[in-house]
Design a protein around this ligand. Structure first.
Ligand SMILES: Nc1ncnc2c1ncn2[C@@H]1O[C@H](COP(=O)(O)OP(=O)(O)OP(=O)(O)O)[C@@H](O)[C@H]1O
Length: 261
């Protein structure tokens, strides 16, 4: 079980904005951009949580705090009773994080990249061979394993990144927009991979703009708007926010209502 409580993160603005500006984001004040102001949610064993929100809502900032890449200004992230804000090394061991930007070494092959990260986690010998084989099968990677990363297609890079993120069999998997820019086949492979994690009981938190993926995969939905949690519940209760249960309309109604709070 992972639990995020009242997370906050602000960034110093490079150029101070003028005090009165039409349509200024309310998060921009006092020389800071308050990217995340109050985000709380949890994800239990075997649960897939879909993180939704308009562009700029604060999803990536939240996930980067989860991955320990960013330290929250306030709030806590607890995994099985332990704070990973206080102990980020433990967090890195327990969480597999796929970020939006690729972190592959261009001159290494796909296989070499994944092997490198596995070794950083101390996996070696037969355990390493078995883990790699299993990931290559699940993510259908055999045809491009020996190609250099800088020559891979978007989909091949994404599969390599996912394998890299989960090579240490993390307790919790966090994926930032895992299907963005993928073709239908590659997208299906990635979604099936997430389904497999769910079957194994691994909690998965992923951000997306694709509500069909949420309907297909998620047990729960969490919506962030302007840096604040504004909905948390089952897919069924999410759908009740539109008269006909249509997901896009439900999303628009939830975000629309949060702007009037
Ligand atoms: N390092 C930074 N310095 C200043 N502002 C930042 C920084 N990182 C993020 N922000 C701002 O915080 C807000 C939230 O950004 P974030 O990337 O978390 O949004 P998002 O919900 O992931 O959006 P998208 O769906 O477009 O990917 C944005 O307005 C962004 O410009």
């Amino acid at each position: 079980m992972i639990e995020l409580t009242q997370l906050q993160k602000k960034f110093k603005l490079q150029v101070k904005s003028k005090p009165v500006e039409v349509n200024k984001d309310p998060r921009e004040r006092d020389g800071f951009f308050h990217s995340v102001e109050a985000v709380s949610f949890n994800c239990a064993e075997g649960e897939v949580l879909g993180l939704l929100g308009p562009n700029g809502a604060g999803k990536t900032t939240t996930l980067r705090m989860l991955s320990t890449a960013l330290t929250p200004d306030a709030g806590d992230i607890i995994i099985d009773g332990k704070s990973i804000v206080k102990d980020p090394i433990l967090g890195r061991r327990m969480i597999g994080f796929l970020s939006g930007s690729t972190g592959l070494y261009g001159r290494l092959t796909a296989k070499e990249n994944i092997t490198y990260f596995a070794k950083l986690h101390g996996i070696k010998g037969q355990a390493l061979k078995d883990r790699l084989e299993s990931l290559f099968d699940l993510l259908e990677m055999h045809s491009f394993l020996d190609k250099r990363a800088d020559t891979l297609s978007t989909g091949m890079k994404q599969k390599t990144n996912i394998a890299r993120a989960v090579v240490h069999s993390p307790k919790i998997v966090v994926l930032d927009e895992p299907t963005t820019g993928l073709d239908i086949m590659t997208k299906q492979t990635v979604l099936s991979f997430i389904e497999g994690l769910k079957r194994e009981g691994t909690p998965v938190i992923f951000s997306t703009h694709h509500l069909d993926e949420v309907a297909m995969l998620c047990d729960r939905v969490h919506v962030i708007d302007k840096g604040r949690s504004c909905f948390d519940g089952s897919v069924l209760s999410f759908k009740t926010h539109s008269e006909d249960g249509e997901m896009n309309r439900a999303f628009l109604n939830i975000v629309g209502a949060s702007q009037h709070v």
